[in-house]
Design a protein around this ligand. Structure first.
Ligand code: NAG
Length: 304
């Protein structure tokens, strides 16, 4: 103890030697960034080691043939996040990001159908999106209109049924017209169903269902004892598909939230969060998500 105390001054002296030749002003700026840099390098290394997802990406490359066709989900829901960030990164306009996102949606939906998935639903415009910049909202609306009207022949040729769900009261008349037209033109197709959620929110869906049930009850069509999960499910907007509950939800660009998309419907859905921005979500990423889904054991709330 004593020897330690006595060596303290010499230790202090040794440490201060490098600083003796510089003012503290010079010394600090030289040392601090270096030190921080070292800490950062260390942290980055740890990150790399600990981050399972990144490891997974590097070592677990799945090929399409490895997917089991009989274990494909029936309904895949998509939260398309990252168009704006993608555009910003590429030095493009926001509208170009949304355009790239729309193209990607068609491509991914078609890939899903080819792989035997029946229903694909996409959160294209949330109720909260009305709060965005007015120019961007208008741009998104005209992009949606253009997307639907320019693809109508393609959807017919490929026999893809299109449904649009959401609160349609605020959507521009011209877009509503195109929606009605495309829904009518494709309603007979059975095996491929693309659902676009526009001005949709999970809470809106449930509110809308409640209103409808109350109305039917007043008209004497529904009694209290009739109200059960099946009846509620039938009143939700997803009743347009035979598979109203998604088996898999994919959300891109690293956000890990439901953000008021399907609420009732997601009760037992497997969630897959990808760090990739939506316009970069390609076939390989889709296969990765499907492989992850197929590796999971689904219990639907039942304990093993
Ligand atoms: C649908 O949107 C309109 C207009 O924004 C709004 O007044 C109405 O409350 C919404 N409906 C529901 C059930 O949320």
């Amino acid at each position: 103890m004593l020897s330690l105390l006595s060596s303290l001054p010499s230790l202090l002296f040794l440490f201060s030697v490098p600083c003796l030749f510089m003012t503290s002003y010079v010394c600090f700026p030289l040392l601090l960034p270096k030190l921080l840099g070292l800490i950062r390098i260390k942290a980055a290394r740890n990150d790399h080691g600990d981050n399972e997802e990144r490891c997974d990406e590097r070592t677990y490359v799945v090929r399409e043939e490895e997917l089991q066709r009989e274990r494909m989900p029936s309904h895949v829901a998509l939260i398309l996040d990252g168009n704006r960030r993608w555009a910003k990164r590429a030095g493009l306009l926001t509208s170009q990001g949304h355009e790239a996102g729309a193209k990607r949606l068609t491509e991914i939906a078609e890939l899903c159908f080819e792989m035997g998935i029946h229903t694909v639903s996409a959160f294209a415009f949330s109720t909260e999106n009305w709060g965005r910049d007015k120019v961007e909202v208008n741009c998104l609306m005209s992009l949606l209109q253009h997307y639907l009207s320019s693809n109508i022949n393609d959807f017919q040729r490929k026999e893809i049924r299109i449904s649009v769900i959401g609160n349609k009261t605020k959507i521009p008349k011209s877009l509503i017209q195109v929606i009605n037209e495309i829904e009518e033109a494709t309603k007979g197709y059975k095996n491929k169903h693309l659902i676009l959620a526009i001005d949709y929110s999970g809470r809106f869906d449930l509110t809308h269902a409640c209103k409808s049930i109350v109305k039917k009850s007043k008209e004497g069509l529904i009694r209290e004892e009739d109200v059960d999960e099946t009846l509620i499910q039938r009143e939700l907007l997803t009743s347009c598909t035979d598979f109203p509950s998604p088996d898999l939800l994919i959300r891109t660009s690293g956000e890990q939230r439901i953000s008021n998309f399907f609420l009732w419907q997601l009760a037992y859905t497997e969630l897959f969060f990808s760090p990739v921005l939506w316009p970069d979500f390609d076939k390989g990423k889709l296969i990765e998500a499907l492989a992850s889904y197929q590796r999971r054991e689904r219990r639907f709330g039942v304990q093993a």
